[in-house]
Design a protein around this ligand. Sequence first.
Ligand SMILES: [Zn+2]
Length: 202
Amino acid sequence: MKKTLETKPQLIQISAAWNSREGAPLGRNQYVELEIKKPKANGASTKLSANQKPCEKMAEAILMDGGKRGQVVKVCADPACRIHHPNTPSPQQVERERAEERKLVQRIRELLVAPYPIERAWNYGIPNERFTCWTILEHHPSNTGIAFCSQGFGPSNPWGLVFLAGQHMGIGMDSAWFASLEDAMRESAAWDGPKPDVLEAR
Ligand SMILES: [Zn+2]
């Protein structure tokens, strides 16, 4: 292996482990091993998976550990490569998401109220069970708000979308309760920015 490295000092040193200490050799979370397929002689196009396609950043690497120690393989270790690292957000995407985050926090601040308790019906326990939910945010145009309740769907999902007035003043269903205030706000009628599923799709 030492000899290989002496003759080819440009080889990227990689590890078979997912996450390597101190970033060297590169862990598997930082590179994609490529198995480039030659085009078929008859020109038939076969559906290639990403790691069978070459790219501009393709480079040779040597495995420093594991069962294939010493083997030289082709890898792509460029996080900006759209073929092999499609889930790495671009700087523009990161900036856009940060801007959305700031907007979300700003919107929460606008709608915050001094917390006040409301006893809300809990339909999953003993008959007529009620839990104290602290309303912390109000959005009157939609008659909805966000409440905090350490019982009910808490403590794992203590932030819920609730009605401020009217017939449906209960705790409701688990789909309206979230782990964080930000998550609840994203699903709220008071938020006109992108919903979580939109963010996920990138
Ligand atoms: Zn690539």
